[in-house]
Ligand binder design. Structure first.
Ligand code: 1CP
Length: 479
């Protein structure tokens, strides 16, 4: 028991006893009004009062909000999450039972929609705000498009509220809940130029037969690790991607509808090496020693695993494109964990193949890679449209490494703890260093649970304040 939170177990037991989980809705579904589904915060309480069961519902919601506050206070004491003072936006919370539910035949509708579309075109109609896609294609834009890695997640109290009713992978597997969490940052920051579908890179190992739990304070944990090559026999190296990951495709398709195609929905996958890292280690770890050893001890088995992952990644990205995600990102978060020589040998050919193959099969798709802390120049000669820049690289160095590519990045996520003035100043300087042409503004890695919610607002306002005239392509001095 966490000291000072003695009531927490009872509260949690009560919360669990109330059948509000995704599959056990007790209330009649109340679809949110159209504008509410995508716009900035709209208090949900007043709209309930006119309903027949208004008073009871308000009472229930009040009790629920109070439970969440209590739970978050307890979590803060347990040092699980730090919320900025006054950051709790009670009015922005959507109860899982209130989330608009898709039709039973969503998967069939999705497949039919793509079959009809692909008969005449190879892309979905452009979103109302297509800055991200224009920038990815190297076309002109009025200002830099922006989004934040891990924008839908644990720094948002409304995410924590949702997660207190269900578990992480249930959310991933329930399209309306994944959609709701995808929309949360957009409601809070309506000037975002893109949404990234709420999911996790680890859904691929799950599809291969490695069940995964999200342990509080620990992170993802698989039921088993790949200790030796023999353990690969426990995996399905060629899973049916549509059958095992259709929940992600449905979430993409549903989110595109719910956001009314106002902004693009980004699809994503882990890169083979980053996925292999988690599979060999058995979950989130501080260092990937065992995975690195695999490359030296079992090079053949490593190649076999990496190429199986590569083929699944291609299918998975194509499936997300067909569901309505025009831009697909490959996260190679563990790129910088191994020396360039090893990365070139084991990882680069597969990554290049992924970009080439996805674009061969879906010429309208835009593909992006984030080789965190790696040698970006490797990707200048690839079919990726966009290359992500870690916070460890300077904008000038990144431009020199990949002169023909659209670059994405790279604000130090820690800057989001600073005061608004500093955030604004550094962000404007960064946009000018990159220049608006061929640029997508983002962080140099993801948001973390302790980030205050005010930081992203200052970051986004700063990006919006710089026009393409203010920040033309930089003239880079020779090195
Ligand atoms: O908003 C978004 O970006 C969409 C959701 C998203 C994405 C793109 C999540 C939700 N995870 C990811 C990708 C992801 N997951 C990566 C690649 C990108 C990156 O480096 O940021 C990696 C390495 C993971 C693996 C992972 N998932 C870890 C281990 C690494 C770490 O951060 O310690 C952990 C802890 C997770 C859990 C996770 N994934 C996503 C969320 C919101 C959470 C937290 C779960 C929770 O506690 O509620």
């Amino acid at each position: 028991m966490v000291p000072g939170c003695e009531g927490m177990a009872a509260v949690q037991a009560f919360v669990q006893a109330v059948p509000v989980a995704a599959h056990a809705r007790v209330k009649a579904h109340r679809p949110r009004p159209a504008a509410e589904g995508v716009g900035p915060f709209k208090p949900s309480v007043p709209s309930r009062t006119g309903q027949a069961a208004g008073a009871a519902a308000v009472f229930a919601l009040g009790a629920w909000v109070s439970r969440q506050r209590h739970s978050v206070r307890c979590q803060r004491k347990a040092n699980v999450v730090e919320l900025a003072p006054g950051a709790w936006p009670a009015e922005s919370i959507t109860h899982p039972s209130e989330v608009a539910k898709p039709p039973e035949d969503l998967s069939e509708q999705r497949k039919k929609a793509w079959a009809e579309l692909s008969a005449s075109a190879d892309v979905w109609p452009a979103p109302e705000n297509d800055r991200l896609l224009r920038a990815a294609r190297g076309e002109s834009v009025d200002r830099a498009p922006k989004w934040m890695m891990r924008q839908a997640g644990r720094y948002l109290p409304e995410y924590l509220a949702m997660l207190s009713h269900t578990d992480f992978f249930t959310v991933c597997k329930t399209p309306e809940l994944a959609c709701e969490i995808t929309l949360q940052p957009y409601r809070r920051y309506p000037s975002l130029d893109s949404l990234i579908i709420f999911s996790d890179i680890l859904v691929i190992p799950v599809a291969m037969g490695m069940n995964c739990r999200m342990e509080p304070k620990v992170g993802p944990q698989f039921d088993f690790a790949l200790e030796t090559p023999e353990d690969m026999e426990k995996l399905n190296l060629t899973p049916d991607v549509e059958a095992t990951l259709s929940y992600v495709f449905d979430a993409v398709y549903w989110t595109r509808q719910q956001v009314k195609n106002k902004v693009p929905v980004i699809g994503f996958s882990g890169a083979p090496w980053t996925l292999m890292g988690y599979m060999v280690e058995g979950g989130a770890v501080r260092s990937f020693d065992r995975a690195k050893k695999w490359l030296y001890l079992y090079p053949e088995a490593s190649r076999k695993l990496l190429s199986a992952l590569r083929d699944i990644v291609v299918e998975y990205l194509v499936g997300q494109f067909d569901s309505g995600a025009p831009l697909l990102t490959v996260f190679d978060t563990n790129c910088g964990e191994i020396p360039p020589r090893l990365y070139d040998e084991f990882c680069v050919p597969d990554l290049k193949y992924i970009a080439t193959e996805v674009k061969k099969r879906r010429p309208g798709a835009l593909v992006s890679v984030f080789p965190k802390d790696g040698e970006m120049a490797t990707f200048e000669d690839s079919d990726f449209d966009v290359v992500g820049v870690s916070w460890t690289t300077s904008p000038a160095e990144a431009r020199r490494s990949c002169p023909s590519k659209t670059l994405q990045g790279n604000l130090d996520p820690h800057l989001l703890y600073a005061d608004t003035e500093q955030i604004r100043e550094r962000t404007v300087a960064m946009v000018k260093e990159f220049g608006v042409p061929k640029y997508i503004c983002n962080l140099g890695h993801g948001m973390v649970p302790t980030h205050p919610v005010e930081g992203p607002k200052a970051f986004m306002e700063a990006v919006d304040s710089v026009s393409s005239e203010d920040a033309p392509s930089p003239q880079l001095p020779a090195k």
